[in-house]
Design a protein around this ligand. Structure first.
Ligand code: KIV
Ligand code: NA
Length: 275
């Protein structure tokens, strides 16, 4: 299993880091079998698995419940878990307690926090306490209400300069990696060159140190319309709907079950039964 230091070495060696989200046993298992470098139990689970409009309603209990299943499915992969909305904007003490729940109850290896500014102190407190932290800048979906929608971030020079500075501060606070979401590729590449920790991009172009995508977006499973930055490698939903449709029609026509799906009794037992 890769460790935080391995991701740093990968950046130094110019080897790209491939990360994907997972939310349950089968998604984690398939991600590990495919050879993924790192799994994120994203709070995007609120949207893609639980059907909420945003990530805001997701709770610590939701994250713990799903992360346990992910851990059981991927026993040999580095797992990062999102700290959900407001769970690290409370006191430093409560932030540590919330992170401890995630790490101790699930067996995950790191947590992810969105934002810089007042969050920097929390990154420092967590890493000091021994919890590896992945930072997350650019589009930070937990602040969608403040940002005014899902938009590209850091498009003007002033915002870009703040983002570069924030990335530097996240590294200084002890983060072992940084997710950069939905920013222009030039800015993302600049951020990556200005810090030593790996930058994992999503909607941030190819000039960063790795990529992360939402599992369900990538495989086309129940996610409907996807953002511009997603590449869909298939349409799992279409396949599944087709399979289910076939099942329904075979049940109705009696084509299913066939003899090979059926148990039988020995002749003498039947005689004893019916006389
Ligand atoms: O929750 C999530 O899936 C994420 C990734 C998009 C980075 O935070
Ligand atoms: Na997230």
């Amino acid at each position: 299993m890769k460790q935080t230091t391995d991701f740093l070495k990968m950046k130094e060696a110019g080897e790209k880091i491939a990360m994907v989200t997972a939310y349950d046993y089968p998604s984690a298992k398939t991600a590990e079998q495919a050879g993924i470098d790192m799994i994120l139990v994203g709070d995007s689970l609120g949207m893609v698995v639980l059907g909420y409009e945003t990530t805001v309603p997701v709770t610590i209990n939701d994250m713990v419940h799903h992360s346990k299943a992910v851990r059981r499915g991927a026993t040999d992969t580095f797992i990062v878990v999102d700290m959900p909305f407001m769970s690290y904007h409370v006191s430093t003490g409560d932030t540590l307690v919330n992170a401890a729940r995630i790490i101790q109850e699930t067996g995950a290896h790191a947590v992810k926090l969105e934002g810089a500014d007042e969050v920097l102190g929390k990154i420092k407190a967590l890493t000091t306490a021994g919890v590896p932290v992945m930072a997350h800048l650019g589009l930070t979906p937990q602040s969608v209400g403040v940002l005014g929608g899902y938009k590209v971030q850091g498009k003007d020079a002033e915002a870009a300069m703040k983002l570069i500075e924030d990335a530097r501060l996240c590294e200084e606070a002890g983060a072992f990696a940084l997710v950069l979401e939905c920013v222009p590729k030039q800015l993302a590449a600049e951020v990556s060159s200005k810090i030593t920790i790996p930058v994992i991009g999503i909607g941030a172009g190819s000039g960063v140190d790795g990529q992360v995508l939402v599992y369900h977006d990538l495989v086309g499973y129940g996610s409907g319309r996807v953002p511009k930055f997603v590449k869909q490698y298939g349409q799992a939903s279409a396949n599944i709907t087709e399979m289910l449709g076939q099942y329904i029609s075979e049940v109705k026509t009696g084509q299913f079950p066939e003899t090979i799906h059926t148990f039988t009794m020995k002749e003498e037992e039947l005689q004893a039964l019916y006389g």
